[in-house]
Design a protein around this ligand. Structure first.
Ligand SMILES: Cc1cc2nc3c(=O)[nH]c(=O)nc-3n(C[C@H](O)[C@H](O)[C@H](O)COP(=O)(O)O)c2cc1C
Length: 327
């Protein structure tokens, strides 16, 4: 069951996003918010247990950070959770929301919604293997299994095996016919269904995800639920994060300006360049930092056109930022 101490708050989190929420992105986001729970990209158990690369890389500054796993075999998930614990992750999350063909062929992601008992067993295996909190990210339904009763039955089965934290993407997924991208936009959002879930399972921690764009919206959702998770909006407009701690966590810390955020990134970037990264590995996540300000386009263009050039460093970023006028 959930640990009461040192438990990362799910009150505000940034969604796991493949190819986007890598360790550089997470470091950047952490500069703007100390309280937000960060997520890795989904990492498959196959990659962790049999892959040749290191798929669990993370920096020391990222905490609290949750490792999202993709998989279904209980023993593999348990082993992967142990690996996550050893590498210092604060929480493990199981992906029961991704509808891609590749993921379905591997029998994991959203199709697992039809196998609540298996998901429950997987959660239990991970809980037995490690003392980290285990959560599940899911949808409100898949294909024709989209009734409220089906959702409750799934939650009930998984909860009965010990999971008490769910992040619910408030739209169903179509397992065939729609691309993963379309599955993030086409099925309609149904926030009320997630609110109802919290009413029917008041003892569970339930966070809502999908289409949330402002902190005002977050505050409204938090009147009904325990947490909110934002994905695409934070990625494209990351400075939204700068007031999350003050507005949602009562922090008294000073809000950094966009240029202060940039300055705070420099020591990290310098170290990463020394360790072999290219500037655009980090800079690509920062393209939206100045969104809405005069010169934001020139910042983006200069960084995108020059960040991949070998030797590009802080000066390239400073040059790009020189096009921007602070509001
Ligand atoms: C580029 C991209 C990659 C994603 N990768 C994952 C993933 O690895 N695991 C996952 O559970 N969801 C993934 N998602 C879905 C998001 O976590 C989130 O549920 C979805 O984008 C809806 O939230 P939003 O409207 O705030 O973006 C991804 C979304 C995007 C845009």
């Amino acid at each position: 069951m959930k640990k009461e101490t040192n438990y990362p708050s799910n009150r505000f989190s940034i969604a796991p996003m493949l190819d986007w929420t890598d360790r550089h992105c997470r470091h950047f986001h952490r500069v703007m918010s100390k309280e937000t729970l960060l997520y890795t990209e989904m990492v498959t158990t196959g990659a962790i247990l049999y892959g040749k690369g290191d798929y669990l890389q993370k920096g020391d500054a990222e905490h609290p950070v949750c490792l999202q796993l993709g998989g279904f075999a209980t023993a593999d998930l348990a082993q992967s959770a142990i690996a996550g614990k050893e590498r210092g992750y604060d929480e493990i999350n199981l992906n029961v929301g991704c509808p891609s063909d590749r993921v379905q062929n591997g029998r994991f992601g959203a199709c697992l919604m039809a196998e609540g008992d298996l998901v429950g067993d997987a959660v239990k295996a991970m809980q037995d293997a490690t003392d980290l909190p285990i959560s599940v990210k899911t949808r409100i339904g898949i294909d024709d299994l989209d009734s409220y009763e089906f959702l409750c039955d799934f939650i009930d089965k998984v909860h009965n095996k010990g999971c008490d934290t769910f992040i619910v993407h408030a739209r169903k997924a179509w397992l065939s016919g729609l691309s993963p991208k379309q599955n993030r936009d086409v099925p309609p959002l149904d926030y009320d269904r997630v609110y109802q879930l919290k009413k029917d399972f008041p003892h569970l921690t339930i966070a809502i995800n999908g289409g949330i764009k402002t902190l005002d919206e977050c505050e409204t959702h938090l009147e009904h639920l325990d947490g909110v998770m934002l994905g695409r909006e934070i990625y494209s407009n990351p400075y939204l994060l700068s007031t999350v701690d003050q507005r949602l966590f009562n922090s008294q810390e000073k809000v950094l300006t966009r240029f202060e955020v940039l300055e705070e990134m420099y020591p990290y970037i310098e170290q990463q360049l020394k360790d072999g990264s290219y500037l655009n590995h980090i800079g690509r996540h920062m393209l939206g930092l100045f969104q809405g300000l005069p010169g934001a386009r020139a910042w983006r263009r200069h960084l995108s056109e020059n960040g991949h050039i070998p030797g590009a460093g802080i000066e390239t970023m400073q040059k790009a930022a020189s096009f921007v006028t602070e509001d």
